[in-house]
Structure formats: structure tokens, C-alpha cells
Design a protein around this ligand. Structure first.
Ligand code: GCU
Length: 662
């Protein structure tokens, strides 16, 4: 039956049986080769490891080119889990130090094939930028996903470990194809229950699948787990009874998952428990867990996302808490730091903790899920945002001390380097809710592998593998993608404005938001500080002086209203409405133009997409087109809401050539 209906469909819609057009295949649209091709060349592997055999299998099934020999060479530790490929038109040689390096090489070759690059003469050496390339899922045990916009969690806890959904393997394969090798499978606001013996058996089911693709499982843990699960008198990290509970738990975890990666901890942050509940420091809490994990080679990712509703500027608080602890953390603790000092805003300056922590391991945390970027309704390509942070020069060790080089081990040696991002993946048929949100998962993986790749290059690869290899289509789609992040900043929060979202859900605008009785540091008024004089948060010496947390080279620029880039102006300065901007316009007029420009940019994105009708498959064409309509409407909503609100302070007219708010 199946065969017949597929055959009929093939007749009516020639591509429907070959390519899923619902987006479920992501960028992995390789087509199995014919028998003739398979017989015309050989793919050998000189290793018995199952991951190496998988590499061979992928190539046997999909590689259309010449013969390939895959080989492990343990004498090449400098390659880490990277690979070397050399070859000519008859034969390609692939060498790796780790089995997974062979798998990455296989996906590299398939990428070359799928993006129409030449493979007749190859000389490639790839060594990943970061050792641990991690996704953080904010998935709850009831399968809701915090800030998730792609359906429910992929992990079907009620069925595991009995039922292993085929999607677990698809997920692992997609990650391996872009070099992701670590996944934290549960929310940082962690339920202690994840450490229950019953859940560990379920995790074992997932780990078994992920292992085949070189992916290690990590867990977010709740610091109160010993008390809640184990009935200890408290969860004080110095209490021997608590330490013993963690020791036994870690032992139990490694018994079921021998390659378990370690813990991610959100402690004393947004109401989560932590060592400070017992008068202990972050370092005392982190080191207790690190010491227990160390014999198993495990790691602790300890988050620096901490702030409290005090009179102190929120942007300063993580630095204030963590810099005094610098040097106190064990060497298997990595401080996980959000890219900016507030919270994954459309644009933030880099977090001043980067570089300021001199004797601690540090890693960046990005957010792929679009909590602050229109959820899965808006098309926003995030590679430019990721790159902007990674390329930011902190000057911590002199010029060139970019966030990338401070965290990838180039400037400061680290036992293991790492990078993380909050996943945008759910059980939606297309995985990410918006077809273009797949590009953000892809781009994150590619940059974690090689942070020197350009946003354009990554977009080109992704488009070619996901939509079409046609140059004119690639160019058009790339233009949309490359415009999209700047467009979102313009129609949401231009010129350094930040956190003026509607309370809690963070989708639409609410610059007037002031929930009575709510935390003041969660209210937009706190962030934009608009008054009749001007708008913006004064973080210079005359204000909160957050600027002093940056190196002088950075502070001298950001702190000087004349030198500060427009994009961060209202982040660091309270600027009069009448202030003359670099463009020659007043601040008020510039703000109007920026919002208006954002709307125009989205309309241009729509026009470009509309021209692709008939050139990309109809299902994805229509689905993207519909989402762009939402985005265009939302962009107008943002512009009108923000301009009408800020106008109540500026009391200045909206320039005549700006589209009138309705
Ligand atoms: C944001 C987000 C929360 C999340 C938190 C975190 O504040 O809104 O849902 O828990 O970040 O990163 O811990």
C-alpha cells in the first residue's frame, strides 16, 4: 500500500516522496546514491568504533563522488575532534584523532557535495574553535518548554525509556552534522525530579542514542535537590550529609551514563536556590559539585546570570558578584556568561565579565530561541548577533582580546573551552516553529565549530542545503536573512533601547509597562528612563557608572556621548530629545526614522520573498510568507506603540515623511 501511494504521489508531485517540504528534514536533504554509483567507488574505514562506522555509512549512502578511506590516527591529538581531508579525483583520505572527527568529516564532505563545491582536489584541516559545543534546552518535565516556540519538548518522558522516538536520532544526527557535541536536556529552572532514579533510566535511553553521534548529556540541577529528594536537613554545600548525597547521586548517574558530561547550575538567580541561601559563595557551591564530578572528568557550568531588585543597575550586578570570586573556582568549573549584561536583548554590548574574570574559565551563553525577537513568528537570522558578541574587543589583555579569543583558549589556556546556546527546538514538525529559525540552530553550531566563518557564508551553506542551490535564490534569501537582525533591532529597540517588552511574555511592546507591585527591575520604565528631557539609561560616571566595568579603551568610547556608537547610545546615555545625532537629525527624529526604517526593511523582506514564489516549494513558501505578514504587522505595532508612547515625553512631531501611526 505504502509503495503504491508513494508511487502515485511521485507521479503527481515529482518531488514529494523525495523531499519532505514540511521542513522536517532540516538541512539534511541528502539523497541516497544509486546502486551504480555505490558500486563504482569504495568507502573504507580503518576503525571498529561505532561512530566511525556511522561516518562510513553516511558516505556509503549519500556520497556521489570518488572513493574515500577513513582512518583514525591517535598520534594527532592537536586535531582534537577535528579532521584532515586530502584527496584528488580518484581517492580521498580522511584522518581524525577521535572517532567523532571522522563523522564530522563525513558531514563536511556531504556539505561540500550539497553546496556544489569542488571535491576533486581537497586539502582541508578543521579543528573546532571550542571543545564543548553545547545546546541548552529549557525543557520542563511536563514537556512545556520555557521560552519555547516550537511546540512541546522533544523528550517524551512518559514513554521513555520504553519507547525511543525516531526523532531523538534525527536530533542527534542534525547536531552532529554541525558539530554540536553536548546537550543539557532540561530547564535551568530545574526540577529536582530529573535526578530521580526513574528519570535517570529515561536519560539513559536518550544518552544511548546521542552517544552514537558523539553527543554527551548534561543536566541542569536544582541546588536544593539533596533536601527535596534526599531528605537532608538542608542543601548547604559544606554540609557533609549534603556532599555525601551528591556523591552518591553522581555515582548513580555515571553508572547509567558513563560518558555523562556534568551539571549546569542556575543558582541564586531569579528565585532559584543556591549556596547563598546558606551564607556560602557561588565558588563554594560550584566547587563542591566540581570536586565530586572531577574523578569522572565531569564539568560544572555555573551561570553568572544573577541580579536582584536592588537600587544597583541590573547590568552591573553579575560583575559585582563574580569578579571578587575570580580565582576561587576549581578548574573544572566554567562560568557561563550571557552574551550581554541584561538578558538576550535584540542588541546588547558585550557582558563586562568577559575578560574581567582573569583566573576563571569562562564561556558565552547565547539564546537561539527568540524570546526577545518575535518568538517563532519573526524571521531573524542570528548569526550577525552571535558574531557581534564574539568579535567584540574587550581589550582585557590588550587590543584583540575579543570575546571569542578570550573563551576559545587562544589568549588564556583552559582545560576545556566551551560555548552554549539556549535551543529553539521543539516537537513541531519543522523543529523550530519558523522555517528560518532552523538557520539559527545551524548557524550557532557552525560558529561553535568555527567562529571565524562569516554570517554570509553560513547563510549561503544553509540556504543551499535547505532551499535551493540556485544562485539567484541563494542571493535573494541571503539578502532577507542578512537584513533581518538589523530590521528587528530597528522596529523593536533601536539606538540602544532595551527591555521595553510586554511584561513577562516578552512578545510585543510595552514601554509604558509598570505592573503595580511587580519587580521594578522587570519593568520597561526602569530601562528606558524617558522623561521630558530625553531618553536612555545613564550608565556613565554621572549615572550608574556601569561603564567603569569595561576596560578603559572600551569605556572611553562607550562612555563618551560623542564617540559612543549610535547602536549603544541609549544603553549608556540619557540623551536629550533635541540632541544632534551623527546623521544631523535630532534624537527624536532619528528614533522615528529608525522605527520607520525597521518597518520598511520587513516589507522589503516580504517583497523579496514574494518574488520567490514558484522557485521554492509551495508549502514552505506559503508558511514563510504568512509568518512574514505577522512580522510586518508586528513591526508596525512596535513602531506605533513606541513612537506614540515616547512622544508623550518628547512632545515633538513625528517627521512628515514617516508613516503615520494608526
Ligand atoms: C530570562 C528568561 C527566563 C529564564 C532566564 C534565565 O530571564 O525570561 O525564562 O529562566 O532568562 O536565563 O535563567
Amino acid at each position: 500500500m505504502m509503495k503504491i501511494s508513494c508511487f502515485l504521489l511521485l507521479f503527481i508531485f515529482p518531488f514529494s516522496c523525495i523531499q519532505a517540504e514540511d521542513g522536517s528534514k532540516l538541512w539534511l536533504r541528502y539523497v541516497p546514491v544509486s546502486k551504480e554509483i555505490a558500486q563504482s567507488r569504495s568507502i573504507t574505514v580503518a576503525a571498529e568504533n561505532p561512530i566511525a562506522v556511522r561516518a562510513q555509512q553516511e558516505l556509503i549512502t549519500f556520497w556521489r563522488g570518488q572513493s574515500i578511506d577513513l582512518k583514525l590516527d591517535k598520534k594527532l591529538p592537536y586535531l582534537k575532534d577535528g579532521f584532515k581531508i586530502t584527496g584528488h579525483s580518484e581517492r580521498i583520505k580522511v584522518v581524525a584523532n577521535e572517532p567523532v572527527g571522522l563523522l564530522y568529516a563525513a558531514y563536511h564532505l556531504l556539505k561540500l557535495q550539497e553546496t556544489d563545491q569542488q571535491v576533486s582536489s581537497l586539502k582541508v584541516e578543521e579543528i573546532p574553535s571550542f571543545d564543548i559545543r553545547m545546546l541548552n534546552h529549557w525543557d520542563n518535565l511536563d514537556r512545556t518548554v520555557e521560552r519555547g516556540y516550537a511546540g512541546y519538548s522533544l523528550w517524551k518522558w512518559d514513554e521513555l525509556p520504553g519507547v525511543i522516538s525516531p526523532r531523538y536520532e534525527e536530533y542527534a544526527r542534525a547536531n552532529a552534522s554541525i558539530g554540536i557535541n553536548a546537550t543539557v536536556i532540561n530547564n535551568v529552572n530545574a526540577s529536582p525530579q530529573i535526578l530521580n532514579t526513574a528519570y535517570l533510566a529515561k536519560l539513559q535511553g536518550l544518552a544511548t542514542v546521542f552517544r552514537r553521534y558523539g553527543i554527551k548529556i548534561y543536566l541542569s540541577v536544582n541546588f536544593s535537590s539533596p533536601k527535596i529528594l534526599g531528605g537532608t536537613s538542608d542543601s548547604d554545600p559544606l554540609n557533609p550529609e549534603v556532599i555525601l548525597w551528591w556523591k552518591n547521586k553522581v555515582k548513580e548517574i555515571y553508572q547509567v551514563i558513563p560518558d555523562f558530561g556534568g551539571f549546569l547550575v542556575k543558582a541564586n538567580s531569579e528565585g532559584q536556590p543556591g549556596p547563598q541561601d546558606y551564607g556560602r559563595t557561588h565558588a563554594e557551591g560550584a566547587n563542591m559539585l566540581a570536586a565530586i564530578l572531577k574523578p569522572y572528568q565531569g564539568f560544572v557550568m555555573w551561570r553568572a546570570f544573577v541580579y536582584n531588585p536592588t537600587t544597583e543597575d541590573r547590568a552591573k550586578q553579575a560583575y559585582q558578584e563574580f569578579v571578587p570570586l575570580d580565582g576561587a573556582f576549581s578548574d573544572n568549573v566554567i562560568i557561563q556568561i550571557k552574551n550581554g549584561p541584561i538578558d538576550f536583548q535584540p542588541r546588547e554590548p558585550f557582558n563586562p565579565l568577559f575578560g574581567a574574570l582573569r583566573k576563571s574559565n569562562e564561556m558565552v551563553e547565547f539564546q537561539i530561541t527568540q524570546e526577545y525577537l518575535g518568538f517563532s513568528n519573526h524571521l531573524v537570522y542570528l548569526a550577525p548577533l552571535f558574531k557581534e558578541t564574539l568579535a567584540s574587543d574587550t581589550y582585557a589583555d590588550g587590543a584583540g582580546s575579543t570575546v571569542a579569543r578570550l573563551t576559545d583558549g587562544t589568549l588564556r589556556p583552559a582545560r576545556k573551552t566551551a560555548i552554549a546556546a539556549v535551543a529553539n527546538i521543539g516537537d513541531n514538525i519543522n523543529w523550530t516553529g519558523h522555517h528560518f529559525a532552523q538557520a539559527n540552530w545551524y548557524a550557532y553550531g557552525r560558529l561553535a565549530w568555527n567562529h571565524q566563518l562569516s554570517s554570509e557564508q553560513i547563510a549561503e551553506e544553509w540556504i543551499a542545503m535547505t532551499f535551493s542551490k540556485d544562485k539567484s535564490i541563494i542571493d535573494a534569501v541571503k539578502e532577507i536573512m542578512m537584513t533581518s537582525r538589523e530590521a528587528a533591532v530597528n522596529y523593536m529597540m533601536p539606538l540602544g533601547l532595551h527591555h521595553i517588552f510586554a511584561f513577562d511574555h516578552h512578545y510585543g511592546p510595552e514601554p509604558w509597562g509598570d505592573q503595580k507591585g511587580g519587580r521594578p527591575d522587570w519593568m520597561p520604565l526602569y530601562y528606558h528612563q524617558a522623561d521630558t528631557i530625553g531618553v536612555g539609561f545613564d550608565r556613565t560616571a554621572s549615572g550608574s557608572n556601569a561603564i567603569s566595568q569595561y576596560s578603559p579603551e572600551v569605556a572611553n568610547i562607550y562612555g563618551d556621548i560623542k564617540l559612543c556608537h549610535d547602536q549603544f547610545l541609549l544603553w549608556f546615555h540619557h540623551v536629550p530629545w533635541t540632541y544632534t545625532m551623527k546623521s544631523g537629525r535630532s534624537l527624536w527624529d532619528e528614533l522615528c526614522y529608525k522605527y520607520d526604517h525597521g518597518v520598511m526593511q520587513v516589507r522589503d523582506m516580504q517583497k523579496t520573498w514574494d518574488r520567490l514564489e514558484g522557485q521554492v516549494d509551495q508549502q514552505r513558501f506559503v508558511e514563510v510568507q504568512s509568518k512574514l505578514k505577522i512580522q510586518a504587522k508586528d513591526a508596525v505595532w512596535w513602531k506605533d506603540a513606541c513612537l506614540l508612547y515616547f512622544q508623550t515625553f518628547s512632545r515633538r512631531p513625528i517627521p512628515y515623511d514617516i508613516e503615520r501611526p494608526v
